[in-house]
Design a protein around this ligand. Structure first.
Ligand code: GAP
Length: 459
């Protein structure tokens, strides 16, 4: 059975994910993606980009900057509203998110009460009424709840006197809103059309955790789809389906996915409808993808703060209107954790051992083909084959250790096929191809490998 501990250990041992800054004792909740992890991450981003940007007739791409004019975050509501309710324990000096503390307390008691949308005073009232203890020391001596803004603030400028406060973006979406006018003109687009973007976002999360599920630095893949208000419901349904189909087509188990619409109290200030695609992680259901109807909130706010016209023209009536935005937004690392958990499998073999295998969809697999000489004497021949395959598919040449151990290692990083060069290869021009999932082996002429793999890795 998959557990978080097993995923963390496998990720470390097999070069998928390492703890950050380890050499200096680490930096809590930062992670580095190793040789296998970076391939997996790149595959996820590439597959998203193809599906949500290139293959969509109405969507174009963008790469906007992380640092934006600070006024953007006032217009977007992030300076005033992007905050979590914090509470301190006076006894043990630990700090908690008040809403999480209450939710955890209710979950332990099997109490299904909803607290989304409650004010800080109401949350504080529940803590007192229910006599909720401090998760750190069990005490009951708390401070009032204070708001804590999640944006990372830094300074731009060379000298202290003229350094201006500036924020690291907490979402990539705002960079798209700022470019609505320029893209619309340059790409000759009028709504409905969308803009997709992949990039880093930063949030000073109070309670990061669950491995890479919630971190302070992460990458988002966001699509802002601009449309007339009356088409918003149609596009909301369209994008919810596209997102779910994307996951199912990449082999994620149906029973581990659900689409959860937000209750009225839970909705963000800018949204009239939001659905989360959730996955059943080893620690429970967790949000993977949020699809929101952001209405005309963002363009309206930027129009009012910037004084610039962000309206579109109705091609039939020639009337100006402010477009609505449908936004599917997902984190690269969240998806990666989901794919990892979903692919993890343990199989009991006849010899009594257990085989760990990541059953990644072939298009997600970080290493597509392992090339293995049966003996070190055959390394030169195997390298020749590797050089033929590597420009087409990410392949890896491995001539260290017994063939059985090498197969196991490739299973553990989810490599769909291993090609073994043996002593007969020179005579008959054939190699053995082993399938990761069935462990079946077939002998194929080298000349047929290209078409064999073209079929297996067809998008
Ligand atoms: N622009 C809308 C937006 O940012 P969000 O629900 O705050 O909405 C969207 O974030 C997605 O980004 C989430 O569904 C999740 O996949 C990812 N995400 C958000 N915060 C994250 C964090 N601290 N660590 C990792 N991923 C995060």
């Amino acid at each position: 059975m998959v557990t978080m501990d097993k995923l963390v250990a496998l990720s470390r041992n097999r070069g998928i994910i390492f703890a950050g800054s380890e050499l200096y004792g680490g930096l809590a909740n930062t992670w580095d993606y190793g040789p296998i992890g970076v391939e997996l991450k790149n595959n996820i981003k590439h597959l998203w980009w193809v599906r949500f940007v290139q293959a969509q007739p109405l969507v174009v791409g963008l790469d906007s900057s992380i640092l934006l004019n600070p006024q953007v975050w006032e217009a977007s509501g992030h300076v005033g509203g992007f905050s979590d309710p914090l509470i301190d324990c006076r006894q043990c000096k630990n700090r908690f998110r008040a809403d999480n503390m209450i939710e955890d307390f209710f979950a332990q008691k099997g109490d299904a009460r909803e607290i989304a949308g409650l004010s800080d005073d109401e949350l504080r009232g529940i803590i007192d009424e229910e006599n909720i203890p401090c998760p750190g020391c069990g005490g009951h001596n708390f401070t009032p709840i204070r708001k804590f803004n999640l944006m990372f603030q830094t300074y731009q400028g060379v000298t202290d006197e003229n350094a201006t406060p500036i924020y690291l973006r907490p979402e990539t979406a705002q960079g798209i809103f700022l470019n609505f006018r320029t893209i619309s003109r340059a790409a000759r687009l009028t709504p409905p059309f969308g803009v997709g973007q992949i990039g880093k976002s930063f949030r000073n999360e109070i309670t990061p955790g669950n491995f890479i599920f919630r971190t302070r630095e992460f990458e988002q893949m966001e699509l802002e789809f601009f449309c007339p208000g009356e088409e918003a419901d149609h596009w909301y349904d369209y994008w919810r389906k596209e997102c779910m189909d994307f996951l199912l087509e990449l082999g994620v188990k149906n029973e581990s996915l659900r689409m959860r619409p937000h209750s009225q109290e839970e909705l963000s200030h800018y949204s009239v409808a939001t659905s989360d695609i959730e996955y059943l992680f080893p620690f429970g259901w967790g949000e993977v993808w949020g699809i929101a109807n952001r209405t005309d909130y963002d363009l309206k706010a930027h129009m009012s703060f910037s004084g610039k016209d962000l309206t579109a023209m109705d091609p039939v009536t020639n009337e100006k209107y402010i477009p609505y935005v449908i936004e599917p937004s997902v984190g690269v690392e969240r998806l990666l954790l989901m794919f990892l958990a979903d692919a993890y499998d343990e199989e009991d073999l006849e010899d009594g051992s257990t085989r760990v295998v990541l059953r990644f969809h072939p298009l997600l697999a970080p290493v597509k083909i392992g090339v293995l000489p049966l003996s070190k004497k055959l390394t030169a021949q195997a390298e020749e084959l590797f050089r033929k395959l590597a420009p087409l598919y990410n392949a890896e040449l491995d001539d260290r250790g017994s063939i059985g151990k090498r197969y196991r290692r490739f299973d553990e990083i989810g490599t769909p096929y291993c090609v073994t060069v043996d002593f007969q290869t020179e005579e008959d021009g054939c190699v053995t191809v082993r399938d990761r999932d069935t462990m079946e082996q077939v002998r194929l002429p080298i000349s047929e490998l290209e078409s064999f793999f073209a079929e297996k890795f067809r998008p």
